[in-house]
Design a protein around this ligand. Sequence first.
Ligand SMILES: *[C@@H]1O[C@H](CO)[C@@H](O)[C@H](O)[C@H]1NC(C)=O
Ligand SMILES: *[C@@H]1O[C@H](CO)[C@@H](O)[C@H](O)[C@H]1NC(C)=O
Ligand SMILES: *[C@@H]1O[C@H](CO)[C@@H](O)[C@H](O)[C@H]1NC(C)=O
Length: 352
Amino acid sequence: MVKLAALVVAVALLALLDPAATVVEFAKEDLESDDSLWKLYELWGARHKVARHPGEKLRRFAIFKEQARRVYDLHIEFAGDTPLGLNSFADLSDDEVRRDYRCAKGGAGNGRKKRSFINVKRRTGDGTLPLPVAFDWRSKTCYGHPCLTPVKDQAYNCGACWAFAATAAMESHHAILKNGSLLRLSEQELVDCDTNNGACAGGLAANAFQYVVKWGLTSSAAYPYTARNGTCKSSATFPVLGMTGFARVPAYDEFELLQAVTYGPVVVSIDANNTEFDRYAGGLYPSVKCGRTPDHEMLLVGYGSNHYILRNSYGENWGDKGYMLLPRNFDLHDVFGPCGILLDGATYPEMA
Ligand SMILES: *[C@@H]1O[C@H](CO)[C@@H](O)[C@H](O)[C@H]1NC(C)=O
Ligand SMILES: *[C@@H]1O[C@H](CO)[C@@H](O)[C@H](O)[C@H]1NC(C)=O
Ligand SMILES: *[C@@H]1O[C@H](CO)[C@@H](O)[C@H](O)[C@H]1NC(C)=O
């Protein structure tokens, strides 16, 4: 017991000292008693900088215990692929996470074709198609600078994934094409001013691109994010980014999708309406559990021989430092792709 306590302290210290570790790892032993779980809860709170009001903490702890056990069960079910880790949502209930982070509205049916016979082109890894086997914008540099801005957090109370996916795409396309300079673009301008989208109630990056082609977009410094619906402010009339247009990648075409990502990150949508997504803490995502109705937009930033690399907007304390590794599926009959990623096609900005 003493040994275990020492170990827990050592692990806790390590966790606090390691700025790169963004999820809180734990072991089966941590689930053994209320005592050990409480220690884990405190460690989690310290790491994710979550301080609960004393009156609320016990209620939150009950949720935390349940979620930690579910994460453990998932780890057993997908042994090896799903690490034992707690992301920043560990003391939120499923309803809270889903209601507040819900996002891509109008995704269903958008660009979607109903066809009985569909040609699904897939990269099968046989080397006959002219694409790199793996590609990752996270490890590339654009004129000596990173090609991606740091992962952002759309925040608990605003379903603006569409705005974050759009700005992230525009920021990196700008970095790739314009000398590596990384702009920080305003999500809030899109939330407040883009009337074709639903503000914090959801929207689509493609509509946001349309807005930017017409009006330009200002910086997040000039027009900061508040995670709330607001009225359009005059700072929106000072754009820092001009865009010439945007392109669509057709649905059901993995090859085109992967090809597009070698030019620059691409906005995709997946079905994220499930516990595994909410609790995801890195590793290969257990996609066999997800549905096929895309409701959440993210940025595809690369792929490996067996997975897609997706950037989310839930901050760096979710998933793999804010990113997700979604297993690819080479079943040609699965036209929708894992979690429906091929169902709505994809979109990316075009700059002069
Ligand atoms: C990129 O930067 C270099 C110097 O760093 C400059 O010579 C060149 O004109 C720039 N190109 C563009 C398109 O801004
Ligand atoms: C935010 O605005 C959208 C679109 O106008 C609306 O559907 C939603 O209910 C608003 N949310 C809040 C919290 O006011
Ligand atoms: C999300 O999934 C739940 C079941 O887990 C279902 O009841 C609900 O309708 C789904 N919501 C959407 C928007 O698909």
